[in-house]
Ligand binder design. Structure first.
Ligand SMILES: Cc1cc2nc3c(=O)[nH]c(=O)nc-3n(C[C@H](O)[C@H](O)[C@H](O)COP(=O)(O)OP(=O)(O)OC[C@H]3O[C@@H](n4cnc5c(N)ncnc54)[C@H](O)[C@@H]3O)c2cc1C
Length: 519
């Protein structure tokens, strides 16, 4: 992907069929869907792809065991189908992972194993493996860090795991390969209208300041927790529909949770699920569910959320985690749909919603990463209907995602997440062996991944490279800060920038990292 070429296309296309606003999971899914149906498609993202909620997930491709307990069978079945399709279409970046629910009373093993057998059943042919009851001894063998206090055994089931921003970048690449124009750092600042109907958008390239007025038959609003702000550009009297809920994760070293299996505690004190998930040789612990009023691109974890995760994790683990052990803390905002008189966000539904405004604007929000494809399909079905586009069928159920390789990977290693591009990264190293050097001793990424990100994945800033092309900021925030000057120096000649740019980028990144580092 080449941003300069994408910008040129803005001037070359007199009218788009569909403009998608928002480059998170939902918008990228909609852009892939629209382009692969053959619609002339443009996606604009105000910051970087997946800068919002879509980089801050628990990294699970799942049906949602919790929603099964709530009786939302339709949603679980849909998510399980999507889980199966994603593992088929993007096996390089999504893989099967075993989860263990520990049991502390004899009846729990039976209760969870009956529920999870139904989960397997709902997955049908796309099941990832059978649920099994485990003895206390096997549970301890599979989760060596589990505290043995009152442990009576466990239940093992399967779900999917992925790297959220790597998939987002692969979706942007897939959309481009299907003919879409995809732009990061382009913000929609206004709609244009004729006879009260939206007929285009005004966007600003936030890197150059240049504004563009673009004409389109249909416009899709896929802006997550910013949904209401974008609808207000169309209708200043709009009543908010999104209720943001904050979820926090902490990342610690694997020594606190060795082994390949994940731990899942179905019910914490506030009714949430607690996960301990091995990811890229670290462990993600979370999450929380805190109703929040302020919508920010960089939400901040609250002290009580971090305390909650530490306290609950320590209840189940034999090694006790302390503040000093946290490598990274990150927060994300769920775009949940408001329901009158419901204040607790943990009971708000996780389904998605599509709204067609009187102006023709199609808004899609809610849902989860796992269902990004069906959300994209529903958005484009509605846009085609509302804006009278020629009918074209959705083809994404079998569309292979950029990086696809015809081999299933059980492994969660860094280079295999690049799929077929891993070979090209290796070629960079063959041409210039010094690119094999790591960007930091505590991070798994080579200098070659930085070059690759700039030359092929539209990385524009040091943050783009360290937070979303590589996952350095999410794996070890202090190491990412230490790697920033080197990353800036590798990037500068590639993006034709000066020493001052390098310094500014490093300063900006250090300021950003403060949200991710426990002081
Ligand atoms: C803590 C947490 C854990 C989660 N874990 C999981 C999980 O394990 N599995 C799972 O399936 N789901 C999970 N989810 C849910 C999932 O992450 C979200 O549902 C999904 O990422 C939302 O994607 P989105 O594209 O709708 O929103 P976002 O990712 O927020 O994307 C919206 C984009 O719109 C852009 N934008 C806003 N305004 C404008 C504008 N004016 N012009 C241009 N662009 C604009 C924003 O910059 C943003 O990038 C989790 C969510 C949270 C918060």
């Amino acid at each position: 992907m080449d941003r300069q070429k994408m910008l040129q296309q803005l001037g070359n296309v007199p009218q788009w069929d569909i403009i998608v606003i928002g480059g998170g999971a939902t918008g990228l899914g909609a852009a892939v869907d629209a382009a692969s149906r053959g619609y002339k498609t443009l996606l604009v993202e105000q910051e970087d792809f997946a800068k919002g909620t879509s980089s801050r997930s628990t990294k699970l491709v799942h049906g949602g065991v919790r929603y099964l307990a709530q009786g939302n069978i339709k949603m679980v079945r849909e998510a399980l189908r999507e889980r199966g399709l994603l593992l088929k279409n993007a096996p390089h970046v999504c893989h099967n992972l075993s989860f263990i629910i520990p049991s502390f009373h004899w009846w729990q093993k039976w209760y969870y194993s009956i529920g999870l057998s139904m989960y397997d059943l709902l997955a049908g042919k796309l099941s990832l493996g059978k649920t099994k009851m485990l003895s206390k001894k096997t549970t301890q063998q599979l989760i060596p860090a589990i505290s043995s206090k009152n442990l009576s055994g466990g239940v093992l089931y399967h779900d999917g795991q992925f790297d959220d921003t790597r998939l987002a970048i692969n979706l942007a690449q897939t959309a481009e390969e299907q003919g879409a124009t995809i732009l990061n750092y382009c913000k929609v600042i206004a709609f244009t209208k004729a006879d009260k109907r939206i007929n285009g958008v005004e966007v600003q390239d936030v890197l150059s300041g240049k504004k563009y007025t673009l004409s389109s038959k249909a416009v899709v609003n896929a802006t997550g927790v910013f949904t209401d702000k974008v609808i207000e550009l169309d209708d200043p009297n709009h009543q908010p529909i999104v209720s943001p809920s904050q979820g926090v994760h902490i990342v610690v070293d694997q020594k606190f949770f060795p082994g390949k299996q994940a731990l899942m505690v179905p019910k914490t004190d506030d009714g949430r699920v607690l996960f301990a998930v091995p990811w890229h040789d670290k462990v993600i612990l979370g999450t929380t569910d805190t109703p929040i009023n302020e919508i920010a691109l960089e939400p901040k974890a609250l002290q009580e959320e971090i305390d909650f995760i530490i306290q609950h994790s320590n209840r189940y683990l034999s090694s006790q985690i302390e503040y000093k052990d946290i490598n990274t803390v990150y927060a994300g905002l769920r775009p949940l749909i408001k329901i009158k008189n419901k204040k607790s966000t943990s009971i708000l539904p996780r389904d998605h919603t599509t709204i067609i405004s009187d102006s023709g604007l199609v808004t899609i929000t809610g849902g989860k990463w796992t269902t990004y494809r069906t959300m994209g399909k529903h958005a484009i079905d509605n846009a085609a209907f509302a804006c009278k586009l020629p009918k074209k069928n959705c083809v994404t159920a079998t569309l292979l995602i950029h990086g696809f390789q015809n081999k299933t990977t059980e492994a969660d290693d860094i280079l295999s997440a690049y799929g077929s591009d891993a070979e090209n990264i290796q070629l960079l190293i063959t041409d210039q062996p010094s690119l094999q050097e790591k960007i930091h001793p505590a991070l798994p990424y080579s200098k070659a991944t930085v070059v690759w990100a700039v030359q092929n994945e539209m990385a524009m800033t040091v943050e783009d490279v360290l937070a979303r092309r590589t996952r350095s900021l999410f794996l070890d925030a202090k190491a990412a800060v230490e790697a920033a000057p080197l990353v800036a120096s590798i990037m500068a000649p590639l993006v034709r920038q000066t020493k001052e740019w390098q310094q500014q980028e490093v300063t900006k990144f250090i300021a950003l990292s403060k949200t991710y580092i426990i002081q």
